[in-house]
Design a protein around this ligand. Structure first.
Ligand code: UD1
Length: 422
């Protein structure tokens, strides 16, 4: 397995460019199954989760091709409607082929995703929404089997105890785009990636009203056509690069990052003492003096994103004072706490809240990435820590970041990819 060997402390400074959004690209690529026509998706990052999705599309019978930053899903028919365990177990977002396959082919068999390192991740809302559209759903032998010769529009409430769901909204909305009649999704997720998926569907000929609001009204059409579509920049990648600058007393400009998607994250950086300047060209973060403590809780958009919780914790680990971070989306998403403590941080967990007492310095140490964003947080902390850190199991980081070590090296990091026994 690969690991990152990181020498710290360094100062992350200079200019870098935002990649295309992973979390937009994944459901949009799945959405290409709604048509037999060619779709060209631009600005798709080249990273492991995307390669997994492209492999899945190929297993379903479609021909895909990467042309630089674009992915071409060639015209053609699906030859299988099954998403097997081998792929779904490595990437939960594979579940987003469920709605498109069901709507277009009348049936889908998708391995039941199960839990993951950040806690239980149910799919009840996906199933509830598709059942409301008239799908017959069976769960057998670890697979979800959904069938319906023709889906029918309806009005549904689509949120659970943690609020709305991004991929459930995508799945149901994609299925509704080809259903008979009108579907109203109440309490739809409004994350920028959901808005992006709506715009993609509209480019394919879907009829959607209320885009960007919690009520989506989708009038089904008999067929969707191919399109060329450009995905939005990755707000979490941009936030991670800004966190690297914030944690190391640096100064970074992320060209192409969209500040309108990062409102509360930029606000937290500001409260932590950073100077953040946004323009249509991108976002600049300048650190000055000490990091100030900040309290925040993760919530559905426009609340603070759970996917930026760990990286901000790494920054606040050496603030001058105590920060309180509450995780409301994935209450168990704190595996990075023990690893940050190995680097000299002083973080205690009280149920779903982390009490982060700022320390004056972090120390390099061998640590292990447990999931994608936890891995990113350990990299951020290691850049600021004194001495050498070995961040193990960075296959998690590779799932969601395109050339992270190259980008950070260009900004002054001393980071190398090494082979590791573990
Ligand atoms: C997406 C993101 C992920 C991010 C998450 C929350 C992608 C590919 N992944 O995941 O990076 O961390 O949004 O912003 O876009 N829930 C249910 N039942 C369901 C579905 C979800 O109870 O059927 C709960 C979850 O346990 C969680 C909350 O709803 O507490 C939000 O999860 P959800 O928005 O569905 O996450 P994903 O779409 O899987």
């Amino acid at each position: 397995m690969d690991a990152f060997s990181i020498e710290g402390p360094v100062r992350i400074s200079g200019e870098t460019a935002a990649a295309g959004s992973k979390n937009s690209s994944l459901p949009i690529l799945a959405g290409c199954l709604l048509t037999d026509d060619e779709c060209i998706i631009e600005n798709v990052p080249d990273l492991r989760d995307i390669r997994t999705m492209l492999r899945l599309l190929e297993m379903l019978g479609r021909t895909v091709e990467r042309r630089g930053g674009d992915v071409v899903v060639h015209a053609g028919r699906v030859t299988s409607t099954e998403a097997p365990y081998e792929l779904v177990s490595t990437m939960r977002a594979s579940i987003s082929v469920l709605g498109p396959l069901l709507a277009k082919e009348g049936e889908a068999r998708v391995s039941f995703p199960g839990g993951c390192a950040i806690g239980a991740r149910p799919i009840d809302l996906h199933l509830k929404g598709l059942a409301a559209l008239g799908a017959e759903i069976e769960i057998t032998h670890g697979y979800v089997h959904a069938r319906s010769p023709r889906l029918k529009g309806t009005t549904m409430y689509l949120a659970g105890s943690a609020g709305s769901s991004v991929l459930a909204t995508d799945n149901v909305m994609m299925a509704a785009a080809l259903a008979d009649g009108v579907t109203v999704i109440q309490s739809a997720a409004i994350e920028p990636e959901v808005v992006d998926a709506c715009h993609f569907l509209v480019a394919m000929g879907a009829k959607i009203e209320g885009i960007g609001t919690t009520t989506l009204t989708i009038t089904g059409v008999p067929r969707l056509h191919g399109c060329r579509y450009r995905v939005i920049p990755d707000r979490i990648e941009a936030g991670t690069l800004l966190a690297a600058a914030a944690c190391t007393g640096g100064d970074v400009f992320v060209r192409g990052a969209d500040s309108s998607h990062l409102g509360i994250v930029l606000d937290v950086f500001g409260r932590a003492g950073m100077t953040v300047t946004s323009s249509p060209e991108g976002i600049r973060l300048q650190a000055a003096g000490n990091v100030r403590p900040v309290d925040f809780e993760t919530l559905p958009y426009p609340g603070y994103p759970t996917d930026m919780q760990a990286q901000m914790m790494a920054v606040l680990a050496h603030a001058q004072g105590t920060s309180v971070i509450t995780e409301k989306i994935y209450p168990e998403r704190f595996i990075h706490v023990a690893e940050l403590n190995r680097m000299g941080a002083d973080i205690k967990l009280e149920e779903h809240t982390a009490i982060v007492r700022g320390v004056s310095r972090l120390e390099g140490a061998p640590v292990m990435a447990s999931d994608l964003r936890a891995g990113a947080a350990l990299v951020v902390a290691a850049l600021a820590a004194e001495g050498t850190s070995l961040v193990r199991r960075i296959y998690h980081v590779d799932r969601g970041y395109e050339r992270l070590e190259d980008k950070l090296t260009a900004l002054g990091a001393r980071i190398t990819r090494v082979r590791d026994q573990q």
